[in-house]
Structure formats: structure tokens, C-alpha cells
Design a protein around this ligand. Structure first.
Ligand code: HEC
Ligand code: HEC
Length: 314
């Protein structure tokens, strides 16, 4: 073998090797940082999920009669419970996404796979008003923040209704956040209701259903999960990429409501068709067609009082 050519060959090879080795270290470092970052987010999120919340849930009167059960049914449908617990309240899949996770709303009936017979009214108060289960663990995805200020009377009616449901036998599905959900929980982008609810705040004993913006504010709590705390719409945090953005409900020029009349708004809720003829995406719950005239009026009046915010500035 010619020593000159061998030296010439060796040089670039060793340079390449060295370069590769450094690149290897670089990539290794990036990979290690990624793993460390993901690991840290996972640990923070697990900590949040597993934390035990010691809260004093106050009992509410649960009066079961035809009137309260009908009221409870109206609430369970129009406050969105059916979107995740299904119209028979036997539970259903909500999110099935490799990155976001697998989240199923559980069976709320007394059937197999549902809530056990030992579940008390107070356990329902804990779940709906405080976002925790019997053991004090935070319920994930369950938007208790939107329900926490429901009056005692409404909460009692809701519980009376849930307790009146015929048993449905349906196994409990998973509530297992994927990597994206863990990261969002750790970063505080995906709120854990139990952590943000003011558990000891006073609650209304009852609220009169009146066509007023005050009653509208009470109702609109259940629009915030999708339309954002300031109702400016935009992408809903923690939802898979193929889910649509929600709409701006503030009277800002970048949204549609600024140019709608009250009757346009009511028609959209009742028919899912906008004045321009376009249809609402199915993610916007169809059940709002069941809102009463007093409720749609109250919502409209309340939305009119909101400070205008550009779309998506939640
Ligand atoms: C966006 C989806 C969603 C909506 C809307 C929703 N829930 Fe839930 N709910 C869940 C999920 C998911 C769980 C289970 C959470 C967990 O186990 O960590 C849950 C848990 C519960 C539980 C506890 C069940 C148990 O086994 O301890 C009750 C009670 C409940 N929800 C009632 C309601 C009521 C009443 C409403 C409407 C006022 C409602 N939920 C609206 C998703 C939802
Ligand atoms: C589960 C999520 C969700 C909830 C809860 C929800 N919305 Fe929506 N809403 C949407 C989405 C998504 C759109 C956009 C639909 C589209 O682009 O076709 C929308 C659109 C709308 C529109 C049409 C506005 C426009 O510019 O086209 C109105 C009006 C509306 N929502 C009112 C409400 C009100 C009032 C509530 C509460 C009582 C509410 N929504 C609760 C998801 C939701």
C-alpha cells in the first residue's frame, strides 16, 4: 500500500470521524435536553394530577320531584354535560389523539361502569362544584370551573336529575393525557379546575331566571371553556390540531357579533345557520337550540357588555 495515499485517506476520515463525534455529542445534548424537558414537564404534570385537594364541600339540598328533575335535565343538556357524558349519561369518548391523549367522559348513571351506589350527593357536589373526586384528586378535562358558581338550587336540581337516570351499563373509558396534554398541564395552558376554583367562595343559594345581563353572565360561564375567559375565541388550548377555532363573541370588529342583531344571534343558536348562510361547525354544541327565550336574551345582553377584544386574544 502506498503510505502517501494512506495518509491522505486517513486525514479526511479522522476529520469526518471527529466531526461526527462532535455532531453526536451535539445531537446527544439536544436529545438529552428534550428528554429532560419532557421528563420535567411530565413530572410537574403528574404532580398536579396526583395532588390531593383537601376541600370542605358544603352539602346542597337535593329535592327530587318532577319540577327539579326537569330543571336538572335542562341544565345537564344546556350546560354541556352531554358533550362529554353523552345524552344517556353513560359516557363517551371525547378525545382520541396520540399526542393529546385518550379522554372519555365517564358513565354518570348507576349502571355497570357508572358511579357506585355508595356515591353520595356530596360526592356529586365535590365533582361538579369543586372538580375533585372522592379521594380529593383533580378531575381532568371535566370543566368544573364553569360550574362552580352554579347556584345551590341549580346544583341540587342537576344532582336530582343525575340520580333519576335509568342505569346504563357501559364500561368506564380511559382518562389518560398524552405528551401534549402533560406539557400543557405542566405549563398551566390546560387548566386543572380543582387548582383554579376558589373553593371557599360564597355560592348563590338561588338565582332568578331573568332576561338580564347578570343572568347572562351566569349562563355564559359554560361558554368560556371554548370561547375563552374573555370570550374572544380562537384556538381551544389542548385540543387536537384538526379541531376548529372558536368564534369571537365580544363586540369587536374582528368578530361577527359586532354586526349581528339580537335576532341574528338567536337564529344562529337555534338553527346553526349564520345570516350569511354558512353553517356552524359541529363542535359548537347543537343543544343551545334548547335555550329558552329568557336565556338567549340574557346571553345576548351580557355579550353586549363585554369589552371588545380582537379574535383569539384569550
Ligand atoms: C369537556 C368534557 C366534560 C364536560 C362538558 C363535563 N364533564 Fe364531567 N367529566 C369529564 C371527565 C373527562 C371526567 C373524568 C375525569 C377524571 O376521571 O379525571 C368527568 C367526571 C365527572 C364526574 C365524576 C364522576 C366520577 O366517577 O366520580 C361527574 C359527577 C361529572 N363529571 C358530572 C358532570 C356534569 C353534571 C356536567 C355538566 C354540568 C359535566 N360533568 C360536564 C368530562 C366532562
Ligand atoms: C364545545 C365548545 C363550545 C362551547 C361550549 C360553546 N361554543 Fe360557541 N362555538 C364553538 C366553535 C368551535 C365555534 C365556531 C364554529 C365555526 O367556526 O363554524 C362557535 C361559534 C359560536 C357562535 C357563532 C359566532 C360566529 O362568529 O360565527 C356563537 C354565536 C356561539 N358560538 C355562541 C356560544 C354561546 C353563547 C355559548 C355558551 C352558551 C357557546 N357558544 C359555547 C364552540 C363552542
Amino acid at each position: 500500500m502506498n503510505p502517501t495515499s494512506s495518509a491522505a485517506e486517513r486525514r479526511p476520515t479522522s476529520l469526518l470521524r471527529r466531526a461526527l463525534r462532535w455532531a453526536g455529542y451535539g445531537l446527544g445534548a439536544v436529545a438529552a435536553l428534550l428528554v429532560l424537558g419532557a421528563g420535567t414537564l411530565y413530572v410537574i404534570s403528574q404532580h398536579r394530577i396526583q395532588r390531593v385537594h383537601r376541600i370542605e364541600a358544603r352539602p346542597v339540598a337535593v329535592v327530587s320531584n318532577g319540577e327539579t328533575i326537569a330543571r336538572g335535565r335542562h341544565l345537564a343538556f344546556t350546560r354541556g354535560c352531554i358533550e362529554c357524558h353523552d345524552t344517556d349519561f353513560g359516557g363517551k369518548p371525547v378525545i382520541e389523539d396520540a399526542m393529546v391523549g385518550r379522554i372519555h367522559g365517564p358513565n354518570l348513571t348507576r349502571g355497570l361502569g357508572g358511579v357506585p351506589d355508595s356515591h353520595t350527593d356530596l360526592d356529586f357536589v365535590r365533582a361538579i362544584r369543586h372538580g375533585v373526586n372522592r379521594e380529593g384528586h383533580a378531575l381532568l378535562v371535566m370543566p368544573s370551573l364553569e360550574y362552580t358558581h352554579m347556584s345551590d338550587e341549580d346544583l341540587g336540581a342537576l344532582i336530582a336529575f343525575l340520580r333519576s337516570l335509568p342505569p346504563i351499563n357501559r364500561a368506564r373509558g380511559p382518562v389518560s393525557p398524552g405528551p401534549v396534554a402533560h406539557a400543557l398541564i405542566a405549563l398551566g395552558q390546560l387548566k386543572v379546575s380543582a387548582e383554579v376554583i376558589d373553593h371557599s367562595a360564597p355560592r348563590l343559594a338561588r338565582i332568578e331566571a331573568t332576561p338580564t345581563s347578570a343572568y347572562g353572565a351566569y349562563l355564559a360561564a359554560s361558554c368560556m371553556g371554548c370561547h375563552g375567559p374573555n370570550f374572544s375565541g380562537g384556538r381551544i388550548p389542548g385540543t387536537p390540531p384538526d379541531w376548529p377555532a372558536s368564534a369571537n363573541l365580544t363586540p369587536h370588529a374582528s368578530g361577527r357579533l359586532a354586526s349581528w342583531s339580537e335576532s341574528d344571534f338567536v337564529t344562529v343558536l337555534r338553527t346553526r345557520k349564520r345570516p350569511d348562510g354558512t353553517e356552524l361547525h359541529p363542535l359548537m354544541p347543537a343543544v343551545y337550540s334548547q335555550l329558552t327565550d329568557v336565556e338567549t336574551r340574557a346571553l345576548w345582553l351580557y355579550l353586549q357588555t363585554l369589552p371588545p377584544v380582537a379574535t383569539g386574544q384569550r
